[in-house]
Write a protein that binds this ligand. Structure first.
Ligand code: BTN
Length: 252
């Protein structure tokens, strides 16, 4: 057991630190199956050996340098069709926290990759579980590149690479939880319209003519935003097309 995060109201009041694990999302899920765990439980590690990303990708991070954490939420009050709002608020909380540390342009690549100065700095993997028609729990996995000084991928960056400064990772997690708590409470109080608006303002490529790929077909279009099912809406020459998470690639 690790110390709690003092400043947030209800997130991070129980914290588990594992020096190494396969995946914090998997660990949190198995912990929550074994015992009744409270909303807000945070599990983090220094080293993930089987970190998972979206679309079945792996998430690689140098040990001891980055934030690799999972948070347990119990949004039973959220309509299942509004699940995607969890993606939106976690992305928005990440931007709020990062804004106080970096200067470059911060945007969210739909659904919730965080980009800084056109490079990926963080990824989010949210795994929801339903009981009947109720959203029983949501495991929010966050990988944020903090003090790592180099990457094999030229499209990745870290706070250190952007600022030349090392950060205290535990302090950053605490700041993130404070912002996330605020967004979560906004969602709970029914501020969907506001949240969607704020998300749209931070969306990468929104309102720009860009190239996308669906299966083998490339097409040009403009992101309009997300629809009422959380799908990405792209305007292709005045024809609106909606896509789910695995259905469209951002090309250039
Ligand atoms: C992505 O961009 O594809 C999502 C990456 C999510 C990575 C984090 S690291 C902590 C948590 N545990 C995992 O196995 N994955 C998430």
């Amino acid at each position: 057991m690790h110390k709690i995060f003092a400043k947030p109201l209800f997130l991070g009041k129980k914290v588990v630190f594992l020096p190494q694990c396969h995946s914090t999302n998997d660990e949190l899920v198995s912990l929550a199956k074994k015992s009744v765990e409270p909303e807000g439980l945070v599990l983090y590690t220094d080293d993930q050996t089987k970190g998972r990303g979206q679309r079945g990708n792996v998430w690689l991070a140098e040990p001891g340098k980055n934030i690799l954490m999972s948070l347990l939420l119990r949004p039973k009050w959220l309509a299942p069709n509004d699940q995607y709002y969890l993606n939106l608020i976690v992305g928005l909380a990440m931007l709020d926290m990062l804004k106080s540390h970096v200067n470059g342009e911060l945007v969210l690549k739909w659904p919730n990759d965080v980009y800084l100065s056109e490079k990926k700095i963080a990824g989010i993997l949210i795994e929801n579980s339903m009981r009947g028609s109720v959203l029983e729990s949501s495991v929010v996995g966050i990988g944020l590149n903090v003090n790592q000084k180099g990457f094999n991928l030229s499209s990745a960056t870290s706070i250190y690479l952007e600022t030349g400064k090392e950060q205290d990772r535990v302090e950053m997690m605490e700041q993130l939880l404070i912002y996330l708590e605020q967004w979560y409470l906004k969602l709970k109080s029914g501020s969907q319209v506001y949240i969607l608006n704020e998300y749209h303002k931070s969306m990468m490529w929104r309102g720009e003519l860009r190239t996308f790929k669906v299966n083998e077909e490339e097409f040009e279009g403009e992101i309009l935003g997300i629809d009422s099912n959380g799908r990405l809406t792209i305007n292709e020459r005045d024809k609106l097309r909606n896509f789910g998470i695995k259905e469209v690639k951002f090309v250039r």
